[in-house]
Design a binder for this molecule. Sequence first.
Ligand SMILES: [Cu+2]
Length: 213
Amino acid sequence: MIWSGVAFQKRNRPCGHGGCQRGNWLERLSALVYARRMRSVLLFGLAPFVLTGCGTAAATAPSQPAQSDLGRFLVSQPANKTAVLKLAAADGNANGGYNFDGYANGQLVFTVPVGWTVQAQLSNSGLMPHSAVIISQQAQQSNNVSIPAFPGAETLQPAQGISMGAVAHFSFKASKSGVYAIACGVSGHDADGMWDTLVVSAAAKAPTVTVKP
Ligand SMILES: [Cu+2]
């Protein structure tokens, strides 16, 4: 956060005279006042920009995280060309809990460069079991969530899913460019909208995560 960074710098700057180690109360006070003022400026001054930046998604679904928070769902490891996707099943009440990371119906879009390794981590916060399978658009259109688009691109026993509080991992090589669905393999969940989008891109240089407008 910018304001905590400002406060940190103010508090830790060298003061150039003795006695700093024990803390100069006046300096601390001024840093605190400055940090609070900056926070107010940022919170209220930037609020309109933040809101317009989020567009209709923020207006229609205020419980969803802001675009700037999406980074927590993705870790990029460029040195070994690996993208780590964090999929939280039933993350809040969006789409009646049938969501990954609070999004459903393909709205959350992960993009990875073709040839990269994808490591997915699925956690389940919901009462119902959930799973994750990477499927092609054709498979999704024919309601077939049982065949992953890449070898290994599914949690174990996806039709059964993992229970509340459990965590599952899988890893695969995104060897073919295209648009895929990250779908829940438990019967009926994908059809109810429990899927995010995975784009395997020949043009992308680094993995990204965005929200469709
Ligand atoms: Cu599910």
